[in-house]
Design a protein around this ligand. Sequence first.
Ligand SMILES: NC(=O)c1ccc[n+]([C@@H]2O[C@H](COP(=O)([O-])OP(=O)(O)OC[C@H]3O[C@@H](n4cnc5c(N)ncnc54)[C@H](O)[C@@H]3O)[C@@H](O)[C@H]2O)c1
Length: 231
Amino acid sequence: MVTGGASGIGRGVAEAFLATGDTVVVADISGEPVAREIGAEYVHVDIELPSSVYAAAARFGEVDVLVNSAGLAGGGGPLTELDTEVFDRCVSVNLRGTFLMTQAIGARMVRRGTGGAIVNISSIGARQPTPGLGHYEATKAAVDALTRSAAIELAPHRIRVNAVAPGPVRTPMTAGFAEDPAALAAWESRIPLGSIAEVHDVVPAVLFLASPGARHITGVSLAVDGGQLLT
Ligand SMILES: NC(=O)c1ccc[n+]([C@@H]2O[C@H](COP(=O)([O-])OP(=O)(O)OC[C@H]3O[C@@H](n4cnc5c(N)ncnc54)[C@H](O)[C@@H]3O)[C@@H](O)[C@H]2O)c1
C-alpha cells in the first residue's frame, strides 16, 4: 500500500513494486485514473481523517509493506509570518496522517503476525533548515521521531519501520521552483553531486528498506540527497 501513490515519489514507488510482480494499492485522496493506468488497485483515503484511514484499512489493510508518501508543504514563508492554517494543514497531513496510517496498518500487521515493513518518506529538511520551510521541516523531524518510536514498538512483531529522507526531487510538488532556472540553480548549488534528484533516484532506497535485504535495519532515516547534508 502506497499513500500518495498517484503522484511523484509515491507513484514511482508504486510502479517499481508493480514491476517486481507485487500487488499494489494506491491509497490517495485523488488519482484513481493514474492507479488504473499503472495497473494498481486504488482506494480513496484522506490520511488526515481517522474514519477515512480506517475504512481504507478495512478494505485493503492486509499488506506486507506500507509506504507513507502522501505529504505536502502547503505553502511557505518565514515562521514569523506564516499563516496558521498552512501550519495546521501541514502538520495534519504529514504528521497526523503518517501516524494514522501507521496505527491502522501497523495494528493489522501485528494481528496477522507475519511481520512487515513500513517506509515513511521524510525529508533532509528534518535535519537541515531552508528558510521559509520551517513548518514543513518540523513535520518531517516529527516523522523521523515517529519512525524511531514505531520501529522500537513494532520490532517484537518483526515489523520494521524506516524512512527515506530525500533532498529536493523533481515532482509535481516542486514543479514551481524546478521550472525556474534561477531557483533551480540556487537549490543545485547546495548539492555536492550537482543536481536535484529524479524520482528514480529515490525509489530504489524505498524498495531496499522494504525488502528482506534490509531485515536487520529498523528505525533509520536514510538520506538520498546528493550529499546535501554534508554541506
Ligand atoms: N519532491 C520533493 O522535493 C520532496 C523532497 C523530500 C521529501 N518529499 C516528500 O515526499 C513525499 C511525496 O512528495 P511528492 O514530491 O511525490 O509530492 P506530490 O505532490 O507529487 O504527491 C503527493 C501525493 O500525496 C497525495 N496526498 C496529499 N494529501 C493527501 C491526503 N490528505 N490524503 C491522501 N493523499 C494525499 C496527493 O494527492 C499526491 O498524490 C511527501 O511526503 C513529501 O513531503 C518530497
